[in-house]
Write a protein of this length. Structure first.
Lengths: 237, 289, 324
């Protein structure tokens, strides 16, 4: 199995103090990998380092190409869509404008038009509210909008930061159903960061456990799930 | 009554020029949340470029278009070269750099073109219309202002680049994540501001004549206009400009005379900042802490 | 090796500087002496602006207005009321203290950028106000007021320029001493705290509103004293000497000399006094082009100004190991 994203020796942080200390992990082509860990373990920082929002040392390869020296906008242009924590909604713009921004770098109007229909199929509520200011949407709707905005890029890899955060269980289930569908039917690889370990392990094929900036366990999601010791001490269920 | 009407109409005409200056200020404020103290001198400098082209025998509208285009490029260059290094610096440093820019543009213009006053042509015929109430130039100024506003509206509303500029101003991080080059969007904002300012300079120069200090008072009224209308709102800036122009004329005619024009602007600016800092149509300004 | 910046070294340096300042007028031409006098008045004005902008972080682009008020108070008192020149200076100071305090009250509510905007407007409006016809009886309108140069008192063997120099030097020393005492202790710390951490300063019981408006007043007082001295030295006031560009000159002075530095006020004053003289030979516009370049370059390369560079150099010398 080849990897679409290979990360080795990733070290990053804010200012002088590093948060991550040499992480190695990968995401298989068309697969789902998850990084689990407690609050403050460095999960969000990991995604930011991969997508170029913060400077990082180490090597990050996307489809074989080094991307660790690229700026965030160039990482996005190569087909990595980052759904950030807090959802990153353009709150003063309309839902439709948010989606148009997702497709900002694409030059195939026909394909973009098709993808508008596709995300409206996935999330009909967005179609209803397409003219509404995005800031007026509920939390769940904004998460759907964030995922849709990422899909509008036609990404090969999506980085997802806590998509379940602050949402009602029913909405979470719906969002995970759609993520699974997008992954299975369209082959979009996903790197998922989650606090809700059981949800994440159901979706992912590979899993890594992050503790204060270091990976302590990594491997197949099924193994991790079956490992009682890991489950009790790290996953808390 | 007739005199009053005349004052209002000519107030709308000068107000249109304030409105264009205010629009230029809004372009930069929207993108960077900064007030460009050098905006007036940038417009003045552009007007000298236009004068050079006219002097070389260019037809008026060609010189006009050429000046707008050249000013746009210069605006982008100024952002990239001068402003970018202090993008994240404290307000004091940024203000000092703006003042430095103001002084440099002023002195370079004086150096190249001398401080002697030059006349500058109007593209509109030299006669009054509408029963003697307005001159053709004044009417032309109003029409151009509305044209600029309409173009800006279409640009921001209906083009991908306009959308990207709005996005970059609101949420730079998310903008980068969808592939927008945020730094260039700021530079584009400066380019637009410079281009719009050039229009203001070329329209006001036939009235006040061309010299390196011609924009100082106009910039002050432009500030008042932008603040009154809401400094993050283009349409508000135009309404603010017209209102300030009429206010200036009426207070000049009936209250304090024309000698204290700048004091009127000072009072307006401080008054708006104290009473309604977000202006008539702006969003509430959240102060930078 | 003696520490260059130790308290003793500093005192010796200061004494040497004062001695040099006292000898200079006897070595220089009266024109040069006049220039030095003028630089001293600038230094006082710069201390004023620096207290407000450098220490307290309130941006003023309009301090030329307070300089103008000081100058006009002195000129009007001498011209219309026959007040002796030396008595006009405290009056100018107090008038500006009041004017600054009053302007500082609304300014309290304006955050950095907007305060800059309001003071910018003040600077632009000042010359027009001074020309206003209803004030003409006092201000002399566009013509301004001509005043006479004072002679040395008590039969001192000094010419007019030398006397004015020593008079200005004495006031400069007094004002610097005042500023040092004001800024060295609790008040100085409060001003910096308000600049750096307004919320924390408030939580620690600093009355921000009082400090900020009072700082505005004190700052204007210094600048007003400088304005009064400036009027006496130049023997002339007119509205067009107090344009926006005067305010910008003062800004250049504190930026080049060093923000929040007392000694910086001297370097800044020398800079704004002598650079135009040198650059005028190139072109009438050249001094301003140089000012502009220095403003921008200082922000990029030496945000602590000349004073900061000297401090850094002295610190490096101190750290160097003693020679063999």
């Amino acid at each position: 199995m080849t990897a679409i994203l290979e990360v080795s020796g990733l070290t990053a942080g804010y200012g002088a103090s590093p948060v991550l200390h040499g992480l190695d992990f990968d995401v298989p082509v068309g697969g789902v990998a998850t990084i689990l860990g407690a609050n403050g373990a460095g999960k969000t920082t990991t995604l930011r380092a991969v997508s170029g929002l913060i400077r990082a040392a180490g090597e990050v390869r996307f489809a074989g190409e080094r991307i660790d020296r690229l700026a965030a906008e160039d990482v996005a242009r190569r087909g990595i869509a980052h759904v950030p924590d807090g959802r990153g909604t353009f709150v003063q713009l309309s839902v439709e404008e948010n989606l148009r921004l997702g497709a900002y770098v694409r030059r195939d109007p026909a394909g973009v038009a098709r993808d508008f229909e596709r995300v409206f199929d996935l999330f009909p509520v967005l179609k209803e509210r397409r003219r509404q200011q995005a800031g007026t949407l509920s939390g769940g709707e904004q998460q759907m909008l964030a995922i849709s905005r990422a899909l509008m890029l036609r990404p090969r890899l999506m980085l997802m930061d806590e998509p379940s955060f602050g949402l009602a269980p029913l909405v979470v289930r719906e969002i995970f159903r759609i993520m699974r569908m997008v992954n299975r039917e369209e082959g979009v690889a996903i790197l998922l960061v989650e606090q809700n370990a059981s949800l994440a392990l159901d979706l992912a094929s590979r899993a890594f456990l992050l503790e204060t900036g270091r990976l302590v366990v990594g491997g197949s999601a099924a193994d991790l799930k079956a490992d009682d010791a890991v489950r009790r001490s790290y996953l808390g269920y | 009554m007739e005199a009053f009407l005349h004052q209002v109409l000519s107030g709308l005409a000068t107000g249109s020029i304030y409105a264009i200056v205010a629009l230029a200020l809004v372009m930069i404020y929207q993108a960077t949340h900064l007030v460009n103290f050098a905006q007036g001198e940038m417009a003045m400098f552009s007007t000298y470029l236009a004068w050079t082209m006219l002097d070389a025998g260019f037809p008026y509208w060609l010189a006009f278009a050429g000046t707008v285009a050249l000013s746009f490029v210069l605006g982008v260059a100024i952002e990239r070269i001068v402003i970018r290094p202090v993008e994240k610096a404290p307000v004091l440093a940024v203000v000092i750099v703006f003042i430095g820019l103001l002084v440099i543009l002023n002195s370079v213009a004086g150096w190249i073109y001398t401080y002697t006053i030059k006349s500058f042509p109007s593209p509109f015929p030299d006669r009054t219309i509408l029963g003697g109430y307005v001159s053709a130039h004044e009417l032309g100024v109003m029409a151009v202002t509305m044209g600029v506003l309409a173009l800006l509206f279409l640009f921001f509303r209906f083009t991908p680049l306009g959308l990207a500029m709005r996005a970059a101003a609101q949420n730079p991080v998310s903008s980068r994540l969808v592939g927008i080059r945020v730094g260039w969007m700021l530079a584009l904002g400066w380019g637009l501001a410079a281009a719009i300012g050039a229009v203001a300079g070329m329209l006001v120069a036939p009235i006040v004549f061309l010299d390196p200090n011609m924009m100082a008072g106009i910039l002050l009224y432009g500030f008042a206009a932008a603040l009154l209308g809401g400094i993050d709102n283009p349409a508000g800036a135009v309404v603010g400009g017209l209102a300030v122009g009429v206010l200036e004329n009426l207070s000049g005619a009936y209250l304090v005379g024309t000698e204290l024009k700048l004091t009127v602007a000072l009072v307006l600016i401080v008054g708006v900042l104290l009473v309604r800092p977000s202006g008539l149509f702006g969003r509430v300004v959240v102060s930078r802490v | 090796m003696a520490r260059l910046l130790g308290p003793d070294g500093r005192r010796v340096g200061l004494a040497l500087l004062l001695l040099a300042a006292c000898v200079l007028p006897f070595l220089l031409s009266s024109y040069r002496t006049f220039q030095l006098t003028s630089a001293l008045t600038y230094a006082i004005a710069l201390v004023g602006l620096n207290i407000l902008t450098g220490w307290n972080g309130q941006i003023s682009l309009g301090h030329g207005a307070f300089y103008a008020i000081g100058a006009y108070v002195a000129a009007i008192l001498m011209d219309r009321f026959g007040v002796p020149y030396w008595a006009t200076i405290p009056v100018a100071g107090f008038v500006c203290l009041g004017a600054g305090y009053l302007f500082g009250l609304p300014a309290l509510r304006l955050e950095g950028l907007y305060l800059a905007l309001a003071t910018f407007a003040l600077a632009l409006a000042t010359p027009q106000l001074l020309k206003w016809k209803h004030l003409e009886e006092w201000t002399g309108g566009v013509q301004g007021i001509v005043i006479l140069k004072p002679d040395a008192p008590f039969g001192l063997p000094l010419d007019q320029d030398q006397w004015l120099y020593f008079f200005t030097l004495a006031i400069t020393v007094l004002m610097f001493w005042l500023a040092r005492n004001l800024l060295a202790g609790r008040i100085g710390r409060a001003l910096v705290a308000i600049r750096e951490q307004p919320t924390a300063a408030e939580a620690m019981g600093v009355d921000i509103a009082f400090y900020k408006s009072m700082t505005f007043g004190v700052s204007a007082m210094f600048t007003g004293v400088a304005g009064a001295l400036g009027a006496i030295v130049i023997q002339f006031v007119a509205p067009d000497s107090f344009t926006l560009f005067l305010s910008i000159t003062l800004l250049v002075g504190i930026v080049v000399g060093g923000l929040a530095s007392l000694s910086g006020a001297i370097w800044g004053a020398l800079f704004i006094q002598f650079i135009p003289n040198v650059a005028d030979h190139i072109s009438k516009a050249a001094p301003w082009a140089i000012y502009g370049l220095f403003l921008i370059a200082c922000m990029y390369l030496m945000p602590t100004g000349v004073a900061g560079l000297l401090r850094a150099a002295a610190a490096r010398l101190d750290r160097a190991p003693p020679g063999p």
